[in-house]
Ligand binder design. Sequence first.
Ligand SMILES: [Zn+2]
Length: 342
Amino acid sequence: MHEKDARRLHEETLVIDAHNDSIVALIRRGNLRLDGAQRPDDAEREGAVAYLRQYIRPLGERIQLDIGKMRQGGLNAAFFAVDCTRPWGNHLLYLMDALGYFFREVEEFGADILIAHSASDIERAHAENKLAAILAVENSDALEKSPHVLPLLHRLGVRAMTLTHSTRSWAGDGCEVEGGSGLTGFGRRLVEQLNELGIVVDVSHLNEPGFWDVVKMTDAPFMATHSCCRALCEHPRNLRDEQLKALAEKGGVVGITFVPFFISSTEATLAGLLDHIEHAVSVAGIDHVGLGSDFDGGGDLLTDATQLPEITAGLAARNYTEADIRKILGGNQLRLLRQIIG
Ligand SMILES: [Zn+2]
């Protein structure tokens, strides 16, 4: 495929990215607006996120994803995650602070972006030349152990939940807990509740025993929204081939992430990222691989969302067909979302 054709293909395709941390990043940069602009009177206003995590100085420092960058990079829909790991006893407050901030922004930029509650919302947004945000919670500690919070979050529009971060949570142990075990009773009930409500179960960050518990207890497709392949880079955040196969057997999707040290323990390159995509495709199959940048959360292999077309160009140069590239760019995720969230 010609480079020009790859650019056209990228622009025509509904591109979905399965993970960014941009909401918190915008707040921590001084309550940046969704168009990347700073509103001076708002810069020092402190909610839970700003108070607990502190502003990043200098304020307004580079952000990897906003409306303009999504449009320039041909990114049509993105999972906006709030990582609730580090606010200690204030996980839910922290989540509410971040979501409240984002809702105000989406209202203000309603001509550009909507919060998608379903796969058809994503398609409708694309047809109307709008961007779509899928709300995601990273780390189920946000629920503060209550069984009654998740249905409320679903009403607010949350459609994906990462069970743990890399540390220990109430639901289970993350991939960096030494000698960690599988899902807790709370974690098991949570997976059931997520499936009942139609919220995507996300196993990125989860340890191996927890991963296999999810496989055993669910028939629904699940995601690893931002992980790479352990066969290519030995890091506990990456998935082993057996895990990729099991995820595919359930109809799941792995979002290959742009975090340099998950791509390579020496030097991460775009070619290396493409190698992870290719490996995942060869093990899990073409229907089970997508993108999960982790923009504004460590996904620094690409400068920002404007560079996404380079992945399409790279896949085209490796002789992927148009149909296969469309699947990786968004088709697979849209299929899974239709199945889980409706
Ligand atoms: Zn993460």
